[in-house]
Design a protein. Structure first.
Length: 279
């Protein structure tokens, strides 16, 4: 019997075989071989499920569920089947460089106490690279304050202990967008984060089917995720005031946008929320 894998890689997908095949190939091309690849098909209606059966590598397993459109739920289903000590996520429209898992696994082992790490990523839109030079947020150590502002950890860049994922409860399964932002808040409120300053992940943006493209904005979903945590008094005292202040600010900004779009009732709702959470 072969030993359990050290890393379980989870790829969620829906109607993206043309992209998924490249994502899976980038996992199989890793210089680190002690992994399993779990592909979770969210009820695809194209050829995805049938074509997945063509993969012959024994490290690949596939799971099919009824369509939900909820990426957190789909990832959670993959983790539930994972056998690895560590888990890593790869969106089906992203790619890894061949040394990604090896460098990240070594980093985790060389930094005792590091329970989660992420890497720098390259953003590609329409075949052109998008500069990340303007990104000034903190990427390693205690990054909760920066994580409040926006999602600063790309899911496809992460490697983390499976036990940590289970301890925080995994991804919320009822958020269509910003489920990653919400979980990183829970994790960065209790853990320091490791960072490898190398572009080991390629993020392919701007194509059909991306949820961020579907809505055009995601701040509403971030507010929902943050509000639930604040209401549940989830954050330790050291972070609770900052969380309430950020929630108030996000609500005020969102309300202002509603005013500009003549959505008066929605604006009033979020103005009240901004006042409620103002520290």
């Amino acid at each position: 019997m072969s030993p359990d894998p050290l890393v379980s890689v989870i790829i969620p997908t829906y109607n993206r075989y043309h992209l998924l095949s490249d994502a899976a190939a980038s996992v199989l091309a890793q210089t680190f071989a002690a992994f399993e690849l779990i592909i979770v098909d969210d009820g695809s209606t194209d050829e995805t499920w049938e074509r997945l059966g063509e993969f012959s590598d024994k490290r690949i397993s596939r799971i099919r569920i009824e369509h939900t459109g909820l990426p957190g739920l789909v990832r959670n289903r993959g983790v539930a089947s994972a056998r690895g000590e560590y888990i890593a996520f790869l969106d089906s429209d992203d790619l890894w460089l061949p040394e990604k898992l090896m460098l990240q696994y070594d980093f985790m082992r060389e930094n005792p106490g590091c329970r989660i790490s992420h890497t720098r990523e390259r953003w590609i839109r329409g075949g052109k690279e998008i500069s990340q030079a303007g990104q000034r947020h903190r990427r390693s150590g205690i990054i909760f304050g920066d994580a409040l502002k926006k999602c600063i950890i790309g899911p496809s860049t992460v490697m983390m202990e499976k036990k940590l994922f289970e301890a925080v409860g995994g991804f919320r399964e009822d958020l269509e967008i910003a489920e990653d932002y919400e979980m990183w808040l829970r994790i960065t409120a209790c853990c320091e984060v490791g960072y490898i300053d190398k572009p080991l992940t390629v993020k392919q943006a701007g194509h059909e089917g991306q949820l961020s493209e579907k809505y055009g904005h995601i701040e509403y979903f971030r507010i929902q995720g943050l509000k639930s945590l604040v209401d549940a008094n989830w954050f330790p005292e050291a972070f609770s005031t900052a969380a309430r202040e950020e929630l108030s600010s996000k609500c005020a900004i969102y309300a202002a946008g509603c005013r500009k779009r003549d959505k008066v009732l929605e604006a009033e709702e979020f103005e009240k929320l901004a006042e409620t959470y103002r520290a």
